[in-house]
Write a protein that binds this ligand. Structure first.
Ligand code: GDP
Ligand code: MN
Length: 302
């Protein structure tokens, strides 16, 4: 280290290219984590982008569930980071949230329409704390990966970076057993990847300043085309689709999008909040938002 402790970084030299791995571009993987799922951790460790180029960042709620999660995460991190193996990551940062969380994380409680504004607003604060405290001058890409995404291709980072988009979202599905046939099957999970519709704009125009639209609720029929429904099992995995809203399940973002100020609004922003508001804010900053309808990742099934 130089004696004067001055570090220089030329952000002009920081690339975000379709050939990320060959160019040795650094990736920051960010996960807000209410529960520690071993399947998430195993899947994450199988990601075959050079781990010495990957930093991890977590934010954990300050409630009792968070205490248990923190213990499990710390034990798992210690195991990987104390080895000299190739699986070791560049850096791991664990933050304890200083803002509130929902009391009940049970699926039926957290998905009730009436708690969405509060819940998504709390999630937005957690995501903002996470990204703005962990982003480094050397970060090229930020991969948002929820703690309950339990299955992705190991080539996730290379596959997404290949498209070199400011924001690129995967299609989040879920495995389940079809009760009528007893067969293993898949179904759409995340409806926050969408294209704006006339009806959506009309609903927004009639709302009062503080009201929000959350996608995926029959009570608020927007008729927005949802990426979840554009999946074609025989289609090209690289098919792109322009989006206006994204979810947070598995999304690759050029770090410059966040550096330029795009964040997760915890307040109604064009009647949108959190990840959906983030897409809107990025678009207002002049960035394009895309999704890959045929590129599936899987959400845990409670
Ligand atoms: P859903 O899949 O849309 O039902 O949303 P989740 O409840 O899975 O939340 C998205 C991500 O945020 C997951 O990785 C959760 O573990 C995490 N999460 C949920 N609630 C909180 C919270 O209050 N604080 C933090 N730090 N993370 C949370
Ligand atoms: Mn989830």
């Amino acid at each position: 280290l130089p004696k004067n402790h001055i570090s220089h970084y030329d952000l002009n030299e920081l690339t975000t290219s379709s050939d990320a791995l060959a160019k040795r571009e650094e990736v920051l993987i960010l996960t807000p984590m209410s529960k520690f799922l071993p399947q998430y951790w195993e899947n994450l460790n199988k990601i075959n982008y050079d781990h010495s180029l990957i930093s991890l960042g977590f934010i954990i709620p300050r409630n009792e569930d968070g205490d248990a999660t923190l213990k499990k995460l710390e034990a798992a991190v210690k195991k990987v980071q104390s080895s000299d193996a190739k699986t070791k990551f560049k850096k791991v940062t664990i933050l304890r949230q200083d803002s509130n969380s929902l009391e009940s994380q049970a699926e039926k409680d957290r998905h009730a329409l009436k708690v969405q504004k509060e819940r998504r607003s709390m999630m937005a604060l957690a995501r903002n704390s996470l990204v703005f405290t962990t982003i480094a001058p050397s970060t090229s890409w930020v991969l948002w990966l929820d703690a309950d995404i339990v299955e992705t291709p190991p080539t996730l980072i290379q596959d997404l970076a290949l498209h070199s988009k400011p924001i690129l979202s995967c299609n989040v599905y879920q495995r389940y057993v079809d009760e009528s046939t007893g067969q293993d099957s898949i179904r759409p999970y995340d409806f926050n990847n969408w294209v704006e519709s006339e009806e959506g704009l009309k609903i927004a125009a009639g709302l009062s300043e503080d009201d929000i639209i959350v996608e995926g609720y029959a009570e608020m029929a927007t008729y927005r085309p949802l990426m979840a429904h554009f999946y074609d099992a025989n289609g090209d995995k690289n098919t792109e689709m322009a989006l206006d809203g994204v979810g947070g399940g598995a999304v690759l973002v050029k770090a410059d999008v966040h550096r330029d100020g795009a964040m997760f609004p915890s307040f109604p922003f064009y009647h949108l909040i959190e990840t959906e508001g983030f897409a809107k804010m990025a678009k207002r900053l002049g960035y394009e938002v895309f999704g890959l309808p045929n590129y599936l990742v899987y959400h845990y099934n409670e």
